[in-house]
Design a protein around this ligand. Structure first.
Ligand code: FUL
Length: 463
């Protein structure tokens, strides 16, 4: 299934100073291990996902009407009647933060389907909404396409309404629902398979057969969370690890996919990969609600995150090599509340104001190697500026390589260090108090192989 992404063969071994920066005596075994790790690269669908960076989750359904986080599956479908629902308004809200895609919770753990599924009576078809003729999956997928955003689906593997849930027969129901979603609504960019099972009963769920079906019907879709393409970052606070590795070991071969401990502190450091039999490209997504809860309720709506919180979340997710999936909770009328829209407006404006102007745009990098093998990259500003933030990214099609780096600024002909970081991956942000700079220098102090940067930018972002 996913064997093509496993590069288990140790390639040509090159023992030279620059192979492992700062380590003139790296052992052959270490060099071979690191070479092997950097040969693991993203599949095209994973690369496309990583490029999207910021996406929006929508949790909406019967839970919204009953103000619950986990419905029992017994609530009446007659309660679903969001009279003002406007999928275009949802997309406009997502666009405020530059979201490149959305993921709709099409069925949560209660089993209520937001599309008129042939597999169950528990759906919009038996609700008063649009006189039983509504299909929210259709409305939102079309609105996303019109807005130029990708559309993904969350289909809970747990289902409190289905009598067969907890038996092998349920797998047929789930596959039939997947088939409806993956064949009836055009391109689907991702499929979220949640790992939560409110009443247990996970044992009989046949995940591998679900993955095969997604690959067959939507080969470009990433399977996320309890899936083999993108892993949950391990918390719902929007915070990736200081060292967030995309290459992680698996206990078994990818055909028999086994999850690493997604909440582990160190998933891919040298000590973790050194004895690994299987290495695997498995990037992280940080998902969290803009309000307090996943589904709307009046109290949660009042606890919308502040701009300060959102800046921190951006720094610790997108700025640490993870995707950010920010949840919006439409209200009972089917609209994103005004307080959420205001928060998104300020967050989006801050992103654009902060990172819209790269002060070293178009500057040619001066690259050199110091006596210990460390790579140094210098960008000279056209004129001195007060700066606060470095944004840097690796060319991950060449693997993830950088293990540590330092950032220096040149002021009055003197270099001084203003920040540092460990891994880079797709994107890394490093920030400091405003300082005058004539040039910025990135010193790669630890790397698994010759570093390949894709991008570096310097900003006067206000934090
Ligand atoms: C969790 C679920 O139980 C929550 O309700 C929510 O959907 C979140 C994204 O994942 O596991």
């Amino acid at each position: 299934m996913v064997m093509n992404r496993l590069l288990a063969i140790v390639g040509a071994i090159c023992v030279c100073k620059s192979t492992v920066a700062g380590e003139t005596n790296a052992s052959l075994a270490t060099v071979a291990m690191l070479q092997r790790a950097v040969q693991v690269v993203p599949a095209p669908r994973q690369l496309a996902w990583q490029q999207r960076e910021v996406e929006v989750f929508f949790h909406f359904g019967l839970n919204t009407m009953t103000q619950q986080e986990w419905g029992s599956g017994k609530e009446s479908a007659a309660l679903f009647n969001p009279k003002k629902l406007d999928a275009g308004q949802w997309c406009s809200a997502a666009k405020l933060i530059g979201a490149q895609g959305v993921v709709l919770v099409c069925k949560h753990h209660d089993g209520f389907c937001l599309w008129p599924s042939a597999t169950t009576d528990y759906s919009v078809r038996n609700s008063p909404w649009r006189e039983g003729k509504g299909d929210l999956v259709r409305e939102l997928s079309e609105a996303c396409r019109a807005a130029g955003m990708k559309f993904g689906v969350y289909l809970s593997p747990a289902d409190r309404h289905q009598p067969s849930f907890g038996t092998p027969a349920y797998n047929d129901v789930y596959r039939a629902q997947l088939r409806e979603l993956l064949t009836g609504y055009g391109e689907i960019s991702e499929v979220w398979m949640d790992g939560a099972f409110p009443d247990g009963k996970a044992e009989t769920v046949d995940f591998p057969s679900f993955y095969r079906l997604v690959r067959e019907l939507q080969p470009n879709a990433v399977i996320v969370s309890k899936g083999p393409d993108v892993r949950w970052v391990g918390n719902e606070g929007g915070s990736a690890r200081e060292a967030e590795w995309n290459v992680v070991p698996l206990a078994t071969d990818p055909e028999h996919f086994s999850w690493p401990n997604m909440q582990g502190r160190n998933l891919g450091g040298r000590d973790v990969i050194q004895n690994a039999t299987h290495l695997y490209w498995y990037p992280a997504v940080a998902n969290l609600p803009l309000d307090f809860d996943w589904f709307w309720d009046p109290q949660s709506e009042k606890r919308v995150k502040s701009l300060h919180d959102l800046q921190k979340i951006y720094e610790l997710s997108v700025g640490r090599n993870a995707g950010l999936l920010l949840n919006l909770a439409p209200n009972r009328e089917g609209l994103i509340p005004g307080s959420d829209v205001s928060a998104l407006q300020s967050f989006g404006r801050w992103i654009t104001d902060s990172f819209g102007t790269n002060l070293v745009e178009g500057v040619v990098a001066e690259r050199s190697t110091d006596s210990t093998g460390n790579t140094e990259i210098v960008y000279r500003l056209p004129r001195p500026r007060y700066v606060t933030t470095l944004m840097v990214g690796e060319d991950i099609t060449q693997g993830q390589r950088v293990e540590s780096f330092k950032v220096d600024l040149l002021d009055a002909d003197k270099w001084h260090q203003c920040g540092q970081g460990s891994t880079i991956g797709w994107k890394r942000l490093v920030r400091w108090q405003p300082q005058r700079a004539e040039a910025v220098r990135i010193r790669i102090t630890g790397t698994r192989a010759d570093p390949r940067l894709r991008f570096a930018g310097l900003y006067a972002a206000k934090w």
